[in-house]
Design a protein around this ligand. Structure first.
Ligand code: ARG
Length: 468
C-alpha cells in the first residue's frame, strides 16, 4: 500500500493511481460529506456486530468506537480534512480512522460501500423526514393562526380565477392546512419505508462471514414498533434500490407544489388588483429602479424553487431508469438532487411560515369583494329548488335574471320584483334574502363547507394535532 499515487482502499490490483482528472470527475466527497454523521453511526453499529460475532476483540472495538467518536467531533467542528483523492465520505472516514487505530483495517469486514451507502442514506432519510415534518408543522401553524384570525372574514372563492362563491379567508387558508397535513403524513410514510436495514447485503451477495444482520439493524434503530429488526430481504435489491430517493424527492415536490400554489394565491391577493393581503416588509423586496415597488419575492421564489425540486425528481427518475442490477456508478449522482430538495423545501417552509406570520389581511377589501351579489347566484338557484323547481331549470332562470340585470345595468338584487317574476313566478317576495352572506354561510354547515362551525371545527382539529 506504500505505492505512490495508488488508491489506498481499493488500489491493490492497480499499477497506477487514478488520473487527476478522473479523481476530480469521480469524487463525491464534496457533496456526500454531509452523510458523515450517518456513516459514522453506521460504522459503529457494524463494529458492534463484528464484536458480537467475534470478528473484533473488545479492545479493537473500543479503539474503533473511540476513533469514530473523535471523528464525529471533528466533522461537527468542521476541522476534519476531506481529501478528494479518497473519493467519498466512506473512504475518507475509514482512512482517518486508520490514522487513529490499526483496528480500522477490520472495520470493513463483511461490508461493501454499496450496503454502507444504502444504510447511510436510510439514516439520512429518517432524519430528513422528521426535520421536514417539523418545518411543515411551522408552516401549518402560521396558516392556522391567520385562518383563525380571519375565520369569518368573507372573500370570493374562485374557479378559473373568476369569482365563484363566497368563502371565508379561514376556509381558504384551511385548504392549504389540509394539503400540508397530507404532506406531513407522506413524510412519515417515507421515513417508515426508510426504516429497513440493508447492512449485511455486502456488494450484492452478502458475506460468508457469520454476520448478524438482526443485531446491527437493532443497533441502528431499524426496528418496528415492537422492537423487531427490519431487514432488506434481497441483497441485490438492497444495493440497487433507489425507491426512497424517488419517494423522498417526490414528497418534497408535492409539498413544494402545495406551497407554490399557496404562493400564487398570496401573490394575487397581495396585488393592487385584489388587495386582500399586505405582506410584511421583512419578506418583500424593492425595485432598483421603481421607488414605489414592494415585491412579493418570497412567494415568487417558492414558485421558482418548486420547479427546481420537480427537476430534482425528474433527474432521479431519468438517472435510474435504464440501470441494470445492481449498483452502477451512475447512482453516485443520486445524492445532490435529494440534498437539494431537502434544503430547498426546508427553507421554503420556513419562509412560508415567516412571511405568513407577518402578513395582514385587509378585511375591508375582502368584505367588499365578497359582497358581490353574483357570488350568490347559485344560492338563488338553490332557493328555487326549495320552491320545487328542478335544478337545471333553476339554473336557467337565474342565468336569465343575471342577463336581465346586466341589460338594465343593475346588480342582481336591484332587479324589481316584476322583473324577477316575469322571469319566474316562483321568485317570491323573499327572493332577495339569499343575498345575505351570513345566511349563505350558516346554510353551509355540512362537513367540508365554509359554515362558521365547520371552519371552527377544522381549526380546532388541527390545533389539537399541532399542539399535541
Ligand atoms: N460514492 C459511492 C456512491 O455514492 C459509494 C458507493 C461506491 N460503490 C462502488 N462500488 N464504487 O455511489
Amino acid at each position: 500500500m506504500a505505492d505512490k499515487g495508488k488508491q489506498v482502499t481499493w488500489g491493490g490490483r492497480f499499477k497506477d493511481g487514478p488520473d487527476g482528472l478522473m479523481l476530480a470527475f469521480g469524487e463525491s466527497v464534496s457533496f456526500d460529506q454531509r452523510l458523515a454523521p450517518y456513516d459514522l453511526q453506521g460504522s459503529l453499529g457494524h463494529a458492534a456486530m463484528l464484536l458480537a460475532v467475534g470478528i473484533l476483540t473488545q479492545e479493537e472495538f473500543n479503539q474503533i468506537e473511540k476513533g469514530l467518536q473523535e471523528l464525529a467531533e471533528e466533522v461537527k467542528a468542521g476541522t476534519f480534512m476531506w481529501k478528494i483523492e479518497l473519493e467519498d465520505v466512506h473512504m475518507n472516514l475509514e482512512q482517518a480512522l486508520r490514522e487513529k487505530t490499526g483496528a480500522a483495517d477490520k472495520l470493513h469486514t463483511g461490508r461493501s460501500r454499496n450496503d454502507q451507502v444504502a444504510t447511510d442514506v436510510r439514516l439520512f432519510f429518517k432524519d430528513a423526514c422528521s426535520q421536514l415534518r417539523e418545518g411543515i408543522e411551522q408552516a401549518m401553524k402560521a396558516l392556522l393562526a391567520l385562518a383563525q384570525k380571519h375565520a369569518s372574514t368573507p372573500i370570493p372563492g374562485y374557479t378559473h380565477l373568476q369569482r365563484a362563491q363566497p368563502v371565508t379567508v379561514g376556509h381558504h387558508l384551511l385548504a392549504y392546512v389540509e394539503m400540508l397535513g397530507r404532506d406531513h403524513e407522506r413524510f412519515s410514510t417515507v421515513a417508515n419505508h426508510a426504516n429497513v436495514c440493508p447492512l449485511g447485503s455486502g456488494a450484492i451477495a452478502g458475506s460468508t462471514l457469520p454476520l448478524d444482520r438482526a443485531l446491527v439493524a437493532k443497533a441502528l434503530g431499524f426496528v418496528d414498533e415492537s422492537g423487531e429488526p427490519r431487514l432488506t430481504p434481497n441483497g441485490m435489491d438492497a444495493v440497487a434500490d433507489r425507491d426512497l430517493f424517488v419517494e423522498f424527492a417526490s414528497a418534497c415536490s408535492l409539498c413544494a407544489l402545495h406551497l407554490s400554489r399557496l404562493a400564487e394565491d398570496l401573490i394575487l391577493w397581495n396585488s393592487a388588483e385584489f388587495g386582500y393581503l399586505i405582506l410584511p416588509d421583512s419578506f418583500t423586496t424593492g425595485s432598483s429602479l421603481m421607488p414605489q415597488k414592494k415585491n412579493p419575492d418570497c412567494f415568487e421564489l417558492i414558485r421558482g424553487k418548486t420547479g427546481r425540486m420537480i427537476g430534482n425528481l425528474t433527474n432521479l427518475l431519468v438517472t435510474i431508469k435504464g440501470l441494470p442490477l445492481t449498483y452502477n456508478r451512475d447512482l453516485q449522482e443520486d445524492k445532490p438532487p435529494v440534498f437539494d430538495s431537502f434544503d430547498q423545501l426546508g427553507i421554503c417552509l420556513a419562509v412560508t411560515a415567516g412571511a405568513l406570520e407577518g402578513a395582514q389581511i385587509n378585511e375591508e377589501t375582502c368584505r367588499a369583494a365578497a359582497s358581490d351579489p353574483l357570488l350568490l347566484a347559485t344560492d338563488l338557484a338553490d332557493y328555487l329548488v326549495e320552491q320545487g323547481m328542478p335544478f337545471r331549470q333553476a339554473h336557467h332562470v337565474v342565468g336569465a335574471l343575471v342577463a336581465r340585470a346586466e341589460e338594465l345595468n343593475l346588480s342582481l338584487p336591484e332587479l324589481s320584483d316584476e322583473d324577477a317574476q316575469s322571469v319566474s313566478p316562483q321568485l317570491g317576495s323573499d327572493w332577495r334574502e339569499v343575498f345575505d352572506l351570513s345566511r349563505a354561510f350558516s346554510r353551509r354547515e355540512k362537513p367540508g363547507m365554509p359554515g362558521p362551525q365547520q371552519v371552527a371545527g377544522r381549526i380546532k382539529f388541527w390545533e389539537g394535532i399541532l399542539n399535541s
